[in-house]
Write a protein of this length. Sequence first.
Length: 138
Amino acid sequence: MFDRYPKSNLLQVLLLLLLPAVPALGAYLMLSPPSPLAGGELTLHQVEALGKEIVWVDARDRDHFEGPHIPKAIWMNPVDMDTGLEGLFDAFSEEKIIVVYCEPDCHASHKVAGRIRELGLEPVYVLHGGFEAWKEQH
């Protein structure tokens, strides 16, 4: 059946049939939420692509937090978890997301994020690369 049509025509027809799928695929990729990395992590680019206001939670130790940190970040360390709870509840709303960070290769952010989820606040993510990743971009 296809022997009477040149292969170039078949390729053109195939391309014309697939062409409408390109914008739909692009819209799906742009509108679907980014997939978290291991342990609920997102890269800074993924966090910013969500287009929502961010409640930053700094899970580093007190000395690091008292130095450079993300502006308006709330300090909440696994050792003293309750210290930042009031500020977190005051800052959070359903239109916002919570992003916890610490240093690269630090696990404090995952502990704090887990505790925040236990309190029923969602969505909560961990910043992949921590404060260093944020600092590189700002």
